[in-house]
Design a protein around this ligand. Structure first.
Ligand code: ASP
Length: 422
């Protein structure tokens, strides 16, 4: 007992786990299932409980853009030569495409084998008929035009990209500056590199402060999710949820085998080292908000070479979302099955390609995966109103897929560090 108490006192992950557990308990009691108090009051209480969470997210968001900017510049500029940078740049792109392809393929395989759509109750299918345009906002759909998004990754005005938080554009700008600094004469490049090194360190100090708030943030955010959703939303959707969760676990196994066979590390050590980042990802449903913690964990616990982690983690956070890609594949096949639509091999290939492209274009914020899903659904002719069926359980699945997205980024850093050395 004493050792449990001292672990909770001294270890951040244990405090966060406790916050998570208490959040679920409190949330269930105030939620629609137990309904200890009136619904209105419960929602108000849950909003107040989420206050530390909102503060936590706001402070992290405050440093995320300067952190991404300075990390990428330092990551590239600290590399010893243009050759290393080239090697890292090319390997990273191939690696991300490879892992995302594996994740989507696992998703398609599981959805076709387990057939989650055939277990859907007819009352849930009826939901989609009631869905109106409000559930899938057309403006949102337009903004997720993937080819357009892909083409707009070059910022025409980097300062406005920073101001509006366009992560991918900031990454591209920082990468271009970083490469320029490597190519320039050392004495001219040094001042800007030093400024960015200080900026990065300062951001990490702020991250260390805000991490003290993490357990309370997690408690409030989870309690709020449970109050809003309730356990009732889960019934009827369990088979679908299990399919997604099984798929995500398969992707996790795939990562762990990469960590063991390519990264030459022990699975248990790796999982212990990354648990803080995973817990924060799970509780916030946002890989962008977790990015500073992911970077800290990769460097301080997993001990990845900063040249690799400072480049791979911010980039991965922005364009590598295997959990999201897998989820989109399963959700598409699930809805096709529910509506009795046969997806041909070409359709499945289309899902594969679109889900990979979407993983690049999806910002790492809560719930966007489901918006991008609308694009994929319409590509293969599945009614987008189907989203009404799955939206009720989306937050929970979002938490799980974000955890996998973040795990994928740290795995990428471990694997690429080894590949670059070779
Ligand atoms: N919430 C996810 C993330 O931040 C994206 C998504 O799948 O909605 O990684």
């Amino acid at each position: 007992m004493n050792s449990v108490i001292s672990t909770i006192k001294n270890q951040l992950w244990a405090k966060v786990m406790l916050g998570l557990f208490l959040g679920v308990v409190v949330g269930v009691f105030f939620g629609p299932d137990f309904a200890l108090v009136e619904r209105e009051l419960a929602l108000t209480i849950s909003n107040w409980l989420a206050l530390p969470g909102y503060l936590f997210l706001a402070i992290i968001k405050m440093v995320v853009i300067p952190l991404i900017f300075s990390s990428i510049i330092c990551g590239i500029a600290a590399g010893d030569s243009v050759d290393t940078v080239k090697k890292l740049g090319v390997s990273v792109v191939f690696y991300f495409i490879f892992t995302t392809t594996v994740a989507v393929s696992i998703g398609l395989l599981f959805a076709n084998l387990l057939q989650p759509g055939s277990y859907l109750g007819s009352e849930l299918l009826g939901l989609s008929n009631q869905a109106t345009a409000t559930s899938v906002n057309q403006a949102l759909l337009d903004s997720t035009n993937i080819p357009k998004r892909l083409a707009s990754i070059i910022p025409s005005n980097p300062l406005s990209s920073m101001a509006s938080g366009e992560m991918l554009q900031v990454v591209i700008f920082a990468a271009a500056l970083g490469v320029a600094l490597v190519v320039m004469p050392q004495n001219k490049a040094k001042p800007l590199v030093s400024v960015n090194l200080s900026l990065q360190d300062a951001c990490m100090v702020i991250v260390n402060w805000v991490l003290k708030l993490a357990p309370y943030a997690v408690f409030g955010l989870i309690a709020q999710v449970m109050v809003q959703m309730g356990l009732d939303a889960l019934s009827g959707m369990l088979y679908y949820m299990n399919t997604v969760i099984l798929g995500l676990l398969a992707v996790l196994l795939f990562y762990l085998s990469l960590v063991v066979f390519v990264g030459k590390r022990s699975v248990l050590d790796f999982l212990k080292q990354i648990r803080n980042a995973q817990l924060i990802a799970f509780s916030t449903s946002s890989s962008s908000a977790t990015m500073p913690v992911t970077l800290k964990v990769a460097e301080e616990n997993v001990k990845v070479n900063p040249t690799v982690s400072r480049f791979v983690i911010p980039l991965g956070t922005t364009i590598n979302m295997d959990g999201t890609a897998l989820y989109q594949a399963i959700a598409t096949v699930f809805l096709a099955q529910a509506f009795g639509i046969d997806l041909t091999a070409t359709d499945l290939l289309l899902v594969l390609v679109t889900a990979i492209a979407a993983s690049v274009g999806t910002p790492g914020t809560p719930g966007v995966g489901i918006v991008i899903l609308a694009t994929i659904l319409s590509t293969v002719g599945v009614p987008i109103e189907g989203i009404a069926i799955i939206i009720g359980v989306d937050r929970l699945l979002d938490m799980c897929r974000t955890t996998i997205n973040v795990t994928g980024d740290i795995t990428a850093a471990v694997v690429l560090e080894k590949l670059i050395k070779k």
